[in-house]
Design a protein around this ligand. Structure first.
Ligand code: AMP
Length: 290
């Protein structure tokens, strides 16, 4: 087992990658905010399989947090993260200080406009959230210039927004979206799960049960979104969870769908369980689809 090379400055990382790049190596980037769990590790494994050089960025990006407490409470354990990255045979961990990413005088924001950055997460966290995400991801893509960047389906809206930005700005990178990794009881892994109490942790499994119910009904041929969601909501009510949103949306435009019409659709949900805000989603397979 060798250590992943830790870099904290843009200069250092670019210098370290220069030789591989000249030699034509395929470079993969996994952007993260640290506090690694199996979801993050699955992205690193996908990058390891698909690329010659794997870079993991570890940066808790302040500009994408609306709530100061959420930022302050965000779990940080760099030593543990470095050990986990090494175990996945990651070549470089890029863990910059905030001032390396946002030096004095920093003045640029990358904004993706329209429904995809206004609905769902943005309606509850503010659209500044996605400005924070797109600005930092644009910077990371420019810093690393990877051939492929890996993101999780867990953050479905983020994936849609990043694909839009990459297309609109002609950024030369492939975007690969990896499936959500779940606990055995279905709860999608998240760094925030650690903050759930024992009781909340049990109730939180209702998010996945609601999504699974919706997926089952869609697979069985039900096409009416209201019918599907009414049945699925029972799972949440039983756990005394009032979702912030629970909708069937077009997977590409994120437009709410009242009827499943054959276009790719995803069930999306967000809910607070106690103080902790959780999100999850499930792409729907309609009857007759493979
Ligand atoms: P984060 O550190 O929370 O910003 O997440 C870094 C990357 O890991 C993002 O692309 C997330 O979508 C992805 N991710 C987070 N949780 C999961 C999960 N349970 N399964 C798969 N990917 C995930």
């Amino acid at each position: 087992l060798r250590n992943s090379h830790l870099t904290t400055t843009v200069r250092e990382l670019r210098d370290a990658l220069a030789e591989s790049r000249r030699a034509g190596a395929r470079i993969g980037l996994v952007p993260t905010m640290g506090a690694f769990h199996e979801g993050h590790l699955s992205l690193m494994r996908a990058a390891r399989r698909g690329c010659d050089v794997v870079v993991v960025s570890l940066f808790v990006n302040p500009t994408q947090f609306g709530e100061a407490t959420d930022l302050a409470m965000y779990p940080r354990d760099e030593q543990r993260d470095l050990a986990l990255a090494a175990r996945e045979d990651v070549d470089f961990v890029f863990a910059p200080h905030t001032a390396e990413i946002y030096p004095d005088g920093f003045a640029t924001t990358v904004t993706v406009a329209g429904l995809i950055t206004e609905s769902l997460e943005a309606a509850h966290r503010g659209r500044e959230h996605f400005d924070g995400v797109t600005t930092v991801v644009a910077k990371l893509l420019n810093i690393v210039a990877p051939d492929v960047a890996y993101f999780g389906q867990k953050d479905a809206q983020q994936a849609v927004v990043i694909r839009r930005m990459v297309a609109d700005l002609n950024i030369s990178v492939e975007i690969e979206i990896c499936p959500s990794v779940r606990a055995p009881d279905g709860l999608a892994l998240s760094s925030r799960n650690a903050r759930l109490s024992g009781d909340e942790r049990v109730r939180a499994t209702a998010l996945h049960r609601g999504l699974a119910r919706a997926a089952t009904l869609a697979a069985a041929g039900e096409r009416d979104a209201a019918t599907i969601l009414a049945a699925a909501r029972v799972e949440l009510e039983d756990a005394e969870i009032e979702p912030e949103y629970f909708e069937l949306v077009d997977s590409e435009t994120l437009m709410p769908m009242s009827t499943l019409n054959g276009r790719p659709a995803t069930a999306v949900i967000a809910a607070r369980v106690g103080e902790i805000r959780l999100i999850d989603n499930e792409p729907l397979q309609l009857q007759g689809e493979a």
